[in-house]
Design a protein around this ligand. Structure first.
Ligand code: SF4
Ligand code: FES
Length: 243
């Protein structure tokens, strides 16, 4: 496939200069296999050094470059421009997070929610002398949730996150289930109490957008459903204990 010309319509906002966000257009010849991230780097180098965006690994690993590309959230470093198959590529920052500049959003809110679910292993008793081995069958339950790269794509696509700024959101709740499903972790009671409220596990409207958009195959809605089942089971057990 030969190089083709595309127009990049990029949402710009500089809080020191602009009252409102606006779009600016850039024309660029894009070769086969060139990604949206590479295009942004070319635009920044060759046309407008003030254009701001975040990236690090360029290989879909660090989670820094999530943005809205032609109306769909994706990692810019894994989105090939020619495959998008549209003459105009519209690029906007992730929704539901405040914009620091252009395509750079403030991740503090998103990351603080992740901390709320205590994303660290809480075993009981002495640390093992060597590894704490886990049976592969049991690990299979937690494993998909360990692949999160904290890109916030799921948070940006979640309608509930847009409505309720206190909602923990798909990534934090997926992380929560990752530890709940880990048989080495023994803090189930504390963990379930952390999310057993309307801003936690019961806030999800089960839209499944997060599962569809996740570039790493993490299934947050599935984890939320399983956590709900665990809470119901714990409540039933408690009721039985009282009768
Ligand atoms: S769950 Fe998926 S979409 Fe959400 S932050 Fe993690 S990697 Fe990104
Ligand atoms: S630059 Fe790291 S995920 Fe895109």
């Amino acid at each position: 496939m030969a190089a083709k010309n595309f127009t990049f319509r990029i949402r710009r906002f500089d809080p020191e200069r602009d009252k409102e966000p606006h779009f600016e257009g850039y024309s660029l010849d894009v070769s086969e296999d060139m990604t949206v991230l590479e295009s942004l780097l070319r635009i920044q180098t060759e046309q407008d050094g003030t254009l701001s965006f975040r990236y690090a690994c360029r290989g879909a690993v660090c989670g820094s470059c999530a943005m809205v590309i032609n109306g769909r959230i994706d990692l810019a470093c894994r989105s090939q421009v020619q495959v998008l198959n549209q003459e105009t590529i519209t690029i906007e920052p992730l929704p539901h997070l405040s914009v620091i500049k252009d395509l750079v959003v403030d991740m503090d809110l998103f990351l603080s929610k992740n901390q709320t679910v205590q994303p660290w292993l809480q075993p009981i008793g002495h640390e093992p002398e060597r590894e704490n081995l886990v049976d592969p069958v049991q690990w299979a339950e937690a494993e998909p949730y360990t692949n999160c790269i904290l890109c916030a794509s799921c948070y940006g696509v979640c309608p509930k996150a847009g409505q309720d700024p206190d909602y923990l959101g798909p990534a934090a709740l997926a992380k929560h289930y990752r530890f709940l499903a880990d048989i080495r972790d023994k803090a189930d009671e504390t963990r379930l109490a952390l999310v057993n409220n309307d801003h936690g596990i019961w806030g999800c409207d089960m839209v499944w957008n997060c599962v569809e958009i996740c570039p790493k195959g993490v299934p947050p809605t599935q984890g939320i459903g399983k956590t709900r089942a665990r809470i119901r089971r714990a409540q039933r057990d408690q009721e039985k204990g009282h009768t």
